[in-house]
Design a protein around this ligand. Structure first.
Ligand SMILES: *Cc1c(COP(=O)(O)O)cnc(C)c1O
Length: 381
């Protein structure tokens, strides 16, 4: 096997001259922040997913924090989520004084298993926070039904799934609130950035206030004077800049093209990996189409006798940027200190031990895909 000249990252942004021009134009304009590009970006995302409102944030984590706050999560409230996610999902619950409660995954789709949710519901449960892990939509119908039955809010972490389809609809207008991230490895980028889409006017107003110190212009401004505003809630400065939003507007124009490319790459992985013993491929729910933020396989322990670390290292040595997403959240020392026991979610833990992320991003060539698969075959020997 020949080593690649350059390192093939598991994910990376696609930026073209049009994106660069859009950013430069904003740099030359009157507004670097709190200007017109924010609303334009919010409109483009809201329209794309078919939601009434969108509120941009400085990053996806701030957006998750905002969504938890708007949902009224407070001291002692419980929020059911998945252990197989980036720590930001559960951390947002902690920011509000709430308690993340982890429900196990479906090992075929890697997403939270809706059947495992009801047994975790207590009188303290306020919300469900599913994650469209790797870009595959969770079973939203099942989760929305459970939520309706128990009076819970659904905050969907769609950091991976902008552009993904659930039963003929785009993810982003089905849950009560959906958050997206615009980190460079995500479906489209603003450098750092996040957004919440919702159909609720009440959440929309709360989110606008929350991202800007809890301040807004009130009707009293007229009698007090034009300078007047009131702070009515404790908020933060979680605003996105117009520079980022300008990049976002330009990137949104390419989202469908990016998603298509990711789907083509995933299809080639399915084809090339189909007959390799010990390689378990991801399963897709019926009537959904993933956005393929990540392409993750499992190495069946019963067949692959080499340790995953050895296979991982062998591929990295060939400059193939394999990765593992993610360590179960409650395994982290901080969560252990909070008192979470190991083995809460046995399927998630077993899945994690076998999981491997293969590179996928729109700028990847089909030759790169073949090289990844050949290197994997070699590493498995
Ligand atoms: C990236 C990510 C986030 C956080 O987004 P940032 O924009 O990096 O703050 C949240 N949840 C998941 C699942 C993510 O992958």
């Amino acid at each position: 096997m020949k080593k690649r000249d350059d390192f093939l990252s598991y994910g990376r942004q696609s930026i073209d001259e049009e994106d660069v021009e859009a950013v430069v134009e904003t740099l030359r304009s009157s507004f670097l922040t709190q200007g017109p590009k924010i609303e334009e970006f919010e409109r483009s995302v809201a329209d794309y997913v078919g939601a009434r409102y969108a509120v941009a944030f400085s990053n996806g984590t701030a957006a998750l924090h905002g969504a938890c706050q708007a949902a009224g999560i407070t001291l002692g409230d419980e929020v059911i989520t998945t252990p197989i996610t980036f720590v930001a999902t559960a951390n947002a619950v902690l920011y509000c004084g709430g308690k993340p409660v982890f429900a196990d995954i479906d090992e075929h789709t890697y997403n939270i298993d809706p059947e495992k949710i009801p047994e975790k519901i207590t009188p303290k449960t306020k919300a469900i926070m599913p994650v469209d892990f790797t870009g595959q939509p969770v079973d939203l119908d099942a989760i929305m039904n459970i939520a309706a039955e128990h009076g819970l809010v659904v905050i969907e972490d769609g950091a991976h799934s902008l552009g993904a389809d659930y039963k003929g609809r785009k993810v982003g207008a089905i849950a009560d609130m959906t958050i997206f991230s615009f980190h460079p490895v995500k479906p489209v980028t603003t450098g750092e950035g996040g957004i919440i889409t919702t159909n609720s006017e009440e959440y929309y107003k709360k989110l606008l206030s929350f991202r800007s110190h809890g301040i807004f212009k009130t009707p009293h401004a007229e009698e007090q004077g034009m300078w007047y505003y009131e702070m009515t809630e404790l908020g933060y400065n979680y605003r996105m800049t117009d520079i980022q939003a300008a990049l976002g507007v330009s990137q949104m124009k390419k989202l469908d093209q990016f998603v298509k490319r990711r789907r083509d790459i995933a299809a080639l992985y399915y084809e090339l990996l189909a007959d390799i013993p010990g390689v378990i491929l991801p399963k897709q729910l019926e009537n959904t189409a993933s956005g393929w933020h990540l392409y993750m396989i499992q190495l069946d322990r019963n067949i692959v006798k080499k340790p995953r670390k050895q296979i991982f290292n062998a591929m990295r040595e060939m400059n193939i940027g394999v990765h593992v997403h993610y360590i179960p959240v409650y395994w982290h020392p901080y969560y252990q200190k909070l008192g979470y026991e190991k083995e809460i979610c046995p399927k998630a833990e077993k899945w994690y031990e076998q999981a491997l992320t293969l590179p996928i991003f729109p700028g990847m060539e089909m030759g790169d895909v073949k090289q990844v698969v050949n290197t994997l075959k070699h590493a498995l020997l």
